[in-house]
Design a protein around this ligand. Structure first.
Ligand code: FES
Ligand SMILES: [Fe+2]
Length: 441
C-alpha cells in the first residue's frame, strides 16, 4: 500500500513532475529501428512521458526527435515533409534539422535573420539493440547509453518488439517483477490441476527447470539482493527435500526487468503518458540465429498457440500496421469462457494479452491505498521504495548513480537448483560471473 502522495509521485511522469524529472535522467527506448527504416522515410508520431513529439530520420541517417508543435503557429510536424536534411512544416514551409535548428524560413525576406532565432525543442537520440533511444533530460547531465548484453549480440540473435499497454507504467513494471502470477495468469488447466498429462510433460522436459519446478510450488518465498543497477528479485521454491529451485529476475532502474531465461534480453515499460505505456520486449538467443520465419512470427506477435499456452512467449498479436494488440481492453481481450473452463486459466490467448488484461483491468492509475500486499509482493515493495528514494534524492540534488553507470545494465537473470543449506548471498556470489560477466569485476 502507498499513501496518496507517494502513489502520485511514483505514477506521474509529465514534464516537471518529480518522477518525470527522474526518468528524464535516463536514456529511454521509444521506437523500434524499423519504424524509421531508411533516410528521409515518413516521420513518426511519438508520445513520451506526456510530451507530443515527432521522430524522423534525415537524409544522412541521423534520427531527430523534436516537439510535434511547429514553433511558427503550431501545426503538427508529423504532417511535415522529410526532405534534404530536415523536416519541413507542411503549413508554411519552415524547416528544422535534427538538432532543432531552423534551416529555412521561406516566408521571411532573404535578408531576415529571424530563422536563426527560432528553434524547435529537440532531444538527443541514439540507436542500439534494434531500438531507438531518446534522452529528454538536461543536456549537461546526459549519461552514456546503458550497456545491455543484447547490444553485443549479432542482429539475427535478438528481436526487439513492442506493444501498447493501456495502463500506467508502474502497473506494467510491477507485473514484470511479480513473477508469482505466472503460476496462475499464464497457466493451462492441465498444469493448474497437475493432471497426468502435465506430469508426463514435466517428466519429458528433464532439462527444463522452469517446467519441472515452477508449477510445483505456488507460494514461493521472495528475497531481494541489491545490485549496482537495481536488484535481483530472487524467488525460492522447494524442489525436493534437499534442494531449492531459485529464479533470479533482475530489476534495473528505472523500468527494466530481465527474466531468468534468455541471453540478456528482457522488458522495458516506458510511459507514453500516465495512462498508457509501451511494453518493449527483447527476445534473445545466445547460440544461433533466429530464422526468417521466427523473426516474422515474433515481430507480428502472432506466435502459434498450442494446447499448452503456458510458455513464456510474449504472444500479443498486433493489429497490422500498429502496435496495438488485436486483443485489447475495448474488446475484453476477446475472452473465451469455454477456453477458460476447458483450456487455460484466463480464457485469453497469449501471455502478453493475459498480462495486459491483469494490468489494464485495474484503474488506469491504480489507487495503491486500496491494495492488500502479501508475502509474494516483496519485490514490488522493494521496487517502489527504491524508486521513490531515488526520486526524493534527485529533488534534493542527488543524481541517480545508475543512470551514469552503463555497465550496471550488462547483466542477465538466471535460474538453478541449489542445496537448501546454501544461503542467498552465496547463491549470488557463485553466479556473479554468469550474471554480471567481466564488466563488474
Ligand atoms: S505552422 Fe509550421 S511553418 Fe507555419
Ligand atoms: Fe506475465
Amino acid at each position: 500500500m502507498l499513501s496518496v502522495a507517494d502513489n502520485e509521485t511514483i505514477t506521474k511522469t509529465g514534464p516537471g513532475t518529480p518522477m518525470g524529472e527522474y526518468l528524464r535522467r535516463f536514456w529511454t527506448p521509444f521506437l523500434l529501428e524499423e519504424e524509421l527504416p531508411v533516410p528521409d522515410c515518413a516521420p513518426v508520431r511519438v508520445r513520451l512521458m506526456s510530451e507530443d513529439l515527432v521522430a524522423f530520420r534525415d537524409t544522412s541517417g541521423r534520427v531527430g526527435l523534436v516537439a510535434a508543435m511547429c514553433p511558427h503557429r503550431g501545426t503538427d510536424l508529423f504532417f511535415g515533409r522529410n526532405e534534404e536534411g530536415g523536416l519541413r512544416c507542411a503549413y508554411h514551409g519552415w524547416k528544422y534539422d535534427v538538432t532543432g535548428r531552423c534551416m529555412d524560413m521561406p516566408t521571411e525576406t532573404p535578408e531576415s535573420n529571424f530563422k536563426d532565432k527560432v528553434r524547435v525543442r529537440a532531444y538527443e537520440t541514439a540507436e542500439a539493440g534494434g531500438i531507438i533511444w531518446g534522452y529528454l533530460g538536461p543536456k549537461d547531465k546526459m549519461p552514456p547509453l546503458p550497456h545491455f548484453p543484447y547490444f553485443d549480440l549479432p542482429e539475427d540473435q535478438r528481436i526487439a518488439t513492442k506493444y501498447l499497454r493501456e495502463c500506467n507504467f508502474v502497473q506494467a513494471l510491477e507485473g514484470g517483477i511479480d513473477s508469482v502470477h505466472t503460476n496462475f495468469l499464464h497457466i493451462t488447466l492441465s498444469r493448474w490441476h497437475n493432471t497426468p498429462e502435465f506430469i508426463e510433460r514435466r517428466a519429458s522436459h528433464g532439462e527444463d527447470l522452469d517446467i519441472q519446478y515452477r508449477a510445483g510450488d505456488t507460494a514461493p518465498r521472495f528475497f531481494v539482493h541489491r545490485t549496482s543497477g537495481g536488484f535481483i528479485v530472487a524467488s525460492r521454491r522447494v524442489a525436493d527435500e534437499d534442494n531449492y529451485y531459485w529464479r533470479f529476475n533482475q530489476y534495473l532502474l528505472p523500468f527494466y526487468t530481465i527474466p531468468p531465461r534468455g541471453a540478456g534480453g528482457g522488458h522495458a515499460f516506458v510511459p507514453l503518458d500516465d495512462v498508457t505505456c509501451w511494453s518493449f520486449n527483447i527476445s534473445t538467443r545466445a547460440d544461433r540465429p533466429y530464422s526468417k520465419e521466427e523473426i516474422q512470427v515474433i515481430k507480428s506477435g502472432s506466435i502459434p498457440v498450442g494446447p499448452d499456452d503456458a510458455g513464456g512467449l510474449q504472444n500479443a498479436e498486433r493489429i497490422p500496421g500498429t502496435f496495438t494488440t488485436v486483443r485489447n481492453k475495448a474488446n475484453d481481450f476477446l475472452i473465451d469462457r469455454t477456453m477458460q473452463r476447458t483450456q487455460n486459466f484466463t480464457g485469453i490467448v497469449g501471455t502478453g494479452n493475459q498480462d495486459s488484461m491483469a494490468q489494464a483491468s485495474m484503474p488506469a492509475i491504480m489507487d495503491r491505498t486500496q491494495e492488500h500486499l502479501g508475502v509474494t509482493d516483496l519485490g514490488i515493495i522493494a521496487m517502489r521504495k527504491l524508486l521513490l528514494a531515488e526520486v526524493r534524492d534527485l529533488m534534493e540534488g542527488i543524481e541517480p548513480p545508475e543512470a551514469s553507470d552503463p555497465e550496471a545494465y550488462a547483466t542477465k537473470g538466471t535460474h538453478f537448483v541449489e542445496k537448501q543449506s546454501v544461503p542467498l548471498a552465496e547463491c549470488v556470489a557463485a553466479r556473479e560471473e554468469l550474471m554480471f560477466g567481466q564488466a563488474r569485476r
